[in-house]
Design a protein around this ligand. Structure first.
Ligand code: GLN
Length: 537
């Protein structure tokens, strides 16, 4: 049995404290010390995966190479660790129950009454150890979604209690993330909510080893001592997590507070080498010292909620740093755009990205925006639905097919330039049935895409049901919109671009999922470069 160590991260007091970022930061520090670490997230909701969730509910759905539709925290894990995650890194209550019920139907429980304890908790524990048992990791960090005390989190907390008992205290650390609120009327930081949430955790048989305290003000020595005393943790295990100007500062802040050292010590792992954060710090330096500010519009229908386009926003940060440029992303609601008001909304931008999406709400606004930036020669980047809208716009306004559309929006369009993929035609279930995950793509030599990727064969992640209708490709290409990236197996058009434009690229896939701090995505980097050049004109 591999000697993998386990770190569990629970949350108390309130949600949205940044458990994902703290977990990713810890993993980052451990990795920078030469350890092999991965992170997994257990979510207490009953959806089998977040793929069917509206972004307003839960933010972006992140997609892995192996085609898992996952929580957006997996995006943070990949961006911080620069390694791929997979289906095994995200488990929901729905998936746990689905699997237990399937086993019950197969008769695997041999006539036993199937119960939360032990059957659900056994399934949770098995999945919690899946990556650890692969032998590929020294440490597995498990983030438990939700807040301690929630009814739905209870089986996970119980599973952690059992696992700690089974694996031994020396092989497990429990980090509890809480809020230390500041009451301005009293001009004081308050420890009571943390005390209560630690107590709630204790009622479930878990003593937190480390407290990570989210706070807007510095924790004084006396507050730290008080928290340690009342919450049963060592003084050095009270870690302050103060609001940071960027999430990418958090690994450095956690290191300064000693989070990595406390975890190593608890697990009996050597704390000899300092983490090597040279490249990380170089990124932060570029990010914080931009030589220029540029404005890029982001047109989407979920722009009210920042988390809806998380990976795109982060990819702009990585690409901005690579270009030593600060990208100010201007959110534009697609439903607000009309052919008449595009000039007002878009004329001061240095580039435009049209976002992915589903359904017809706001698509005419997207099409108007694309026409504007195409004609005004403002750099344009279309992702998934954004790419499909660029094809529709071109068909309507350049090929003269005024009623061109996607069959997703208009099943009876006489010019279905975007149509349902053949393999999708007989599918009825919505969950996990899109074209998902990594697919190969071959680039046309000499195209812009080829110049950017500097290689002929690439692999990118997907999440869609519709595709460019190949019946229109020749006409589009003859008139200037060329398919320069093709799936070698299915001949599906993955990239379209216009030569006679400073930068006009649409991609059927999602490059944003593969952009990380240390490896910004080449398309984003080149797009930002083009926007910066446009701004300098
Ligand atoms: N709705 C489109 C499709 O299913 C685009 C999907 C997307 O933007 N992710 O093909």
């Amino acid at each position: 049995m591999p000697n993998t160590k386990y770190v569990f991260v629970t949350g108390g007091v309130t949600s949205s404290l940044g458990k994902g970022i703290v977990s990713a930061s810890l993993a980052n520090l451990l990795q920078a010390r030469g350890l092999k670490a991965t992170i997994q997230k257990f979510d207490p909701y009953i959806n089998v995966d977040p793929g069917t969730l509206n972004p307003y509910e839960h933010g972006e759905c992140f997609v892995t190479d192996d085609g898992a539709e996952t929580d957006l925290d997996l995006g943070h894990y990949e961006r911080f660790l620069n390694v791929c995650t997979s289906q095994a890194n995200n488990v929901t209550t729905g998936r746990i129950y689905q699997s237990v019920i399937e086993k019950e139907r197969r008769g695997e429980f041999l006539g036993k009454t199937v119960q939360v304890i032990p059957h659900i908790t056994n399934e949770i524990k098995e999945r919690m150890q899946l990556l650890g048992n692969s032998g590929a990791y020294d440490l597995v960090i498990t983030e438990i979604g939700g807040t301690v005390g929630d009814i739905e989190s209870l089986p996970y907390i119980e599973a952690v209690r059992q696992l700690r008992w089974e694996l031994g205290n020396e092989n497990c650390v429990v980090i509890h993330l809480t809020l230390v609120p500041y009451l301005s009327a009293a001009a004081e930081l308050k420890t009571k909510p943390t005390q209560h949430s630690v107590k709630t955790l204790m009622e479930s048989g878990i003593n937190a080893d480390v407290l990570v305290c989210r706070t807007e003000h510095e924790l004084s020595e006396s507050i730290r001592t008080k928290l340690a005393l009342f919450c049963n943790v060592k003084r050095e295990a009270v870690i302050q997590s103060i609001d940071a100007s960027t999430i990418y500062d958090v690994p450095l802040l956690m290191h300064k507070e000693g989070l990595d050292r406390v975890v190593l010590e608890k697990l009996g792992l050597p704390d000899i080498l300092e983490p090597d954060l040279t490249n990380w710090k170089a990124f932060l330096k570029r990010h914080k010292n931009p030589k220029q500010h540029i404005r890029i519009g982001l047109v989407g229908k979920y722009v009210e909620l920042q988390d809806s386009y998380k990976s795109i926003l982060e990819a702009f940060i990585h690409a901005g740093a690579a270009n030593e440029v600060a990208v100010d992303v201007i959110s534009i609601h697609s439903e607000d755009l009309t052919p008449e008001n595009c000039t007002g909304h878009l004329k001061d931008l240095h580039g435009l990205l049209v976002a992915p999406g589903f359904g017809s709400r706001g698509i005419e606004g997207k099409i108007s925006a694309i026409q504007y930036v195409r004609e005004q020669k403002i750099p344009f980047f279309g992702i998934c639905l954004g790419m499909q809208m660029a094809v529709i716009e071109y068909a309507r306004n350049v090929l003269g097919l005024s009623s061109a559309n996607s069959t997703e929006m208009d099943g009876d369009t006489p010019h279905p330039v975007i149509s349902l993929m053949d393999e999708q035609k007989d599918i009825e279930n919505k969950g996990g049935t899109m074209r998902l995950g990594a697919w190969d793509c071959t680039l046309t030599k000499g195209s812009r895409a080829h110049g950017i990727y500097k290689q002929e064969n690439i692999s990118e992640r997907h999440r869609h049901r519709y595709e460019v209708n190949n019946a229109y490709l020749a006409n589009l290409s003859k008139n200037g919109l060329k398919a320069t990236g093709i799936n070698p197996k299915t001949a599906l058009a993955e990239i379209v671009e216009i030569d006679a434009h400073p930068w006009f690229v649409g991609v059927q896939y999602h490059p944003e999922y593969k952009s990380t701090v240390l490896t910004p995505h080449p398309l984003f980097t080149d797009f930002v470069k083009a926007c910066s050049e446009y701004a300098n004109q």
